[in-house]
Design a protein around this ligand. Structure first.
Ligand SMILES: *Cc1c(COP(=O)(O)O)cnc(C)c1O
Length: 454
């Protein structure tokens, strides 16, 4: 199994050929899920004592299993937050896999860690954080948010203990009512409370709203602002929130898993004013930075605080981790890690930052142009004015079942993956633009297919 003999060479070639075929699809087919029973009929037991052989397994993957997975980088995949890796990033993911790099420590992965850090330092500079800021690429936004909040609580506990101030019975984190579900999930893991601040019609959390909603600051260890909400693409008012965080001496984290990439567009940078004052932020390369699954860039203003909170200690680890070098595992809730920042590094190095600025700005412009089209159609209306690249609309006269039926018809026909969301208890349709191949024409065609009565 481990010798690179003729058989291994042949199979490797077949696997690489498949990867090239998949990457060359333009556009790829949308595909979709199949019921368990159908998959059982088409793919009988593949795990056997003798094995079925690589060629047969690859054929089953190409013919049955892969087509039973929705193609997230299809131009008409407009639900949730799409992914649209660049060719360079996807190709380099193969290299990361082939290279057996341990990305947790400098000792083992210095070259990879060095390259990943160039990307993290670039993101920190774009945000306006000072020299010395840094972090790691964690698995995803959920783990990134959790890791940042664990650091925040560690720091709060440490400083209060040092200052002789009481430690609260229950800690709490403050966020917007429209913050991502992963904040609640992180709070549950940490066994802390969540104070959700109402945001009103605009969807934008402000410092004022936080001051009005929070009375007991003793329990609060962090505020999480959202740099682009998932449902609407709205960036919270970071500057006024930073004032409040500073005034109450609590940690400020920005969850920019989807939307912080928008700060790379010079025309939209003003939406992120205040980002330079945060203690930590995340942004997911697998969302709007065009990298393959899965990666979250997690950046701290003062990484040594994260290191104090996260470094694991054991006889077998301390030799490596008690070192002055940069060990990525010290900055998140993980130890072994794939060097998952490398595909983004390679693609950025290949194309340059300005290609990214253009592609992100193009997504925002396409979404806003689409909103203009929506305004001209009398069967729909916008639920809110778009800010980044998410457009949310209501089809007049439709209930949840109507949206669902329309969505399923499009999926089954291989035309689009667009599923309804909801806002204030009402079903709505979201068009999330990340993929540069999601054209205004395509989106308009899909919109107009909603005109027909159900
Ligand atoms: C997607 C998203 C997350 C979660 O990120 P994962 O990578 O899916 O874990 C968190 N916050 C926001 C705002 C998101 O859009």
């Amino acid at each position: 199994m481990h010798a690179f003999d003729d058989e291994a060479r042949e199979l490797t070639q077949q696997v690489v050929d498949y990867a090239v075929r998949r990457l060359a699809m333009d556009p790829p087919t949308l595909d979709g899920p199949r019921p368990q029973a159908e998959l059982e009929a088409l793919v009988p037991q593949t795990i056997t004592e003798e094995g079925i052989g690589g060629e047969a397994a690859l054929r089953l993957f190409e013919d049955v299993l892969a087509p039973a997975c929705i193609t997230i980088d299809h131009p008409a995949y407009l639900s949730f937050i799409p992914a649209a890796p660049t060719q360079a990033a996807s190709a380099f993911d193969l290299v990361v896999s082939a290279s057996s790099i341990y990305g947790g420590s400098w000792l083992e992965g210095a070259g990879a860690v060095y390259a990943e850090n160039q990307v993290l330092h670039w993101l920190a500079r774009e945000a306006g954080l000072p020299e010395g800021a840094g972090g790691t690429f964690a698995q995803g936004g959920t783990v990134g948010n959790l890791s940042a909040l664990v650091t925040a609580r560690f720091v709060a506990r440490h400083y209060r203990t040092e200052a002789g101030r009481p430690i609260p019975d229950r800690w709490a984190v403050v966020c917007s009512a429209e913050a991502h579900s992963s904040i609640t999930a992180a709070a549950a893991v940490m066994d802390v409370d969540v104070i959700r601040v109402p945001v009103g019609e605009s969807g934008k959390l402000t410092g004022e709203a936080i001051e009005a909603a929070v009375s007991d600051w003793d329990s609060v260890f962090a505020i999480v602002a959202t740099g682009g909400t998932t449902n609407f693409g709205i960036v919270d008012d970071l500057a006024s929130i930073a004032d409040v965080a500073q005034g109450h001496d609590v940690w400020l984290h920005v969850d920019g898993a989807y939307g912080l990439a928008g700060m790379l567009s010079p025309e939209h940078r003003h939406l992120y004013e205040g980002i330079e004052r945060v203690d930590s932020f995340i942004v997911d390369p697998h969302k709007w930075l065009f990298a393959p699954f899965d990666a979250c860039a997690l950046v701290y203003r003062q990484p040594q605080q994260a290191r104090a909170a996260h470094t694991q200690h054991a006889e077998y680890l301390d030799l490596i981790y008690d070192s002055p070098e940069w060990n990525p595992s010290d900055y998140a809730v993980n130890l072994t890690r794939r060097a998952r920042g490398l595909p983004l590094w390679f693609s950025l190095a290949t194309h340059g930052v300005s290609a990214y600025r253009d592609a992100i700005a193009h997504g925002i412009e396409t979404a806003h142009a689409f909103a203009d089209v929506v305004r001209t159609r009398d069967f729909v209306s916008l639920v809110r004015e778009p800010e980044l690249s998410v457009v949310v609309l209501e089809r007049h006269g439709w209930n949840a079942a109507d949206y669902d039926l329309w969505a399923r018809e499009h999926l089954e026909a291989g035309r689009a993956f667009l599923f309804p969301s909801s806002h204030q208890g009402r079903p709505v349709m979201r068009f999330a633009v990340v993929n540069p191949r999601s054209s205004l024409e395509l989106m308009t065609e899909l919109l107009d297919s909603m005109e027909k009565e159900r």
